[in-house]
Design a binder for this molecule. Structure first.
Ligand SMILES: [Zn+2]
Length: 273
């Protein structure tokens, strides 16, 4: 069988796709995107994501609470999420994690519909929500998808402690933007990292990409955000994960097919799909 790619992180549930969602999905399927993981960032988005996945056999879902949405995390939320986690299409928890506004840091993407935007400082609540979702990952024995913005040391500290309690802890730090040493620490903890279209136009990732083992990486779009070259600035979509894969293959000096095959295997193993 010809190799195919998996977009391991996108948001097809966003209103950005309301006009042409089905076309975008069809285009991806026809273009060689064999599977898609759609991330539902809060309860409402999780339900919408599941609706989409139930219509398409090649779409799977992760559900959780994005750090920008931490305020929505009450007991009721967790009650509902636990119910949804029993749906067979739900293959991971997340995205969750920490997002810290450091001095001079560039503003972050508006990542969640209804999210209150980029200027909220990391609080106790973000951490509390992250820990609770790590607990869910253990309870349901599912991988966790981590959103980490300016918070690599904090995330690593939390994961190290968690690993002592939960040896089955596994997952991915999506939109990886850390240093090589931080990637290596994540690998030791049983985590993978994934790359977005940003690697096609920013050179800061080249060194990490060249150095990390192929068995530890995956590709994603994070659509509708960060469209790769040649679509930079436009709306992103799952089909464009091809450009991310192409760039990695180029940096690693391997064929596109080999890169596709290995990253797809990595994703299928992690998510059990
Ligand atoms: Zn995302």
């Amino acid at each position: 069988m010809e190799s195919y790619l998996i977009d391991t992180h996108c948001h097809l549930d966003f209103p950005d796709f309301d006009e042409d969602r089905e076309e975008v999905i069809e285009k991806a399927r026809e273009g060689g995107i064999g599977k898609i993981i759609n991330i539902g960032c809060n309860l409402e988005r999780a339900k919408k994501s599941l609706e989409i996945a139930q219509k398409h056999d090649f779409i799977f879902v992760a559900i959780g609470l994005h750090p920008q949405e931490a305020d929505l995390g009450d007991d009721k939320f967790f009650e509902e999420i636990e119910k949804l986690l029993k749906e067979p299409k739900v293959v991971a928890i997340g995205e969750c994690g920490l997002e810290i506004q450091r001095q001079n840091s560039t503003p972050t993407l508006r990542h969640c519909v209804g999210g209150r935007g980029p200027d909220r400082s990391v609080g106790k609540k973000q951490k509390e929500m992250f820990l609770r979702q790590l607990g869910l990952a253990q309870k349901f024995n599912k991988p966790i998808i981590i959103h980490c913005r300016n918070a690599y040391p904090e995330i690593l500290e939390i994961l190290k402690k968690e690993k002592e309690k939960n040896s089955g802890l596994r997952g991915v730090v999506h939109f990886f933007s850390g240093r090589l040493s931080q990637a290596e620490e994540l690998f030791k903890l049983g985590f993978l990292i994934s790359f977005t279209g940003v690697i096609t136009f920013a050179r800061d990732y080249d060194k990490v990409i060249k150095s990390v083992p192929l068995e530890k990486i995956m590709v994603e779009t994070d659509a509708p955000f960060v469209a790769p070259e040649p679509f930079r600035g436009k709306r992103n979509e799952p089909l464009y994960v091809k450009y991310v894969a192409q760039k990695i293959a180029e940096l690693k000096e391997i064929s596109f097919e080999e890169l596709a095959q290995i990253t797809t295997e990595n994703a299928e193993k992690l998510f059990g799909i």
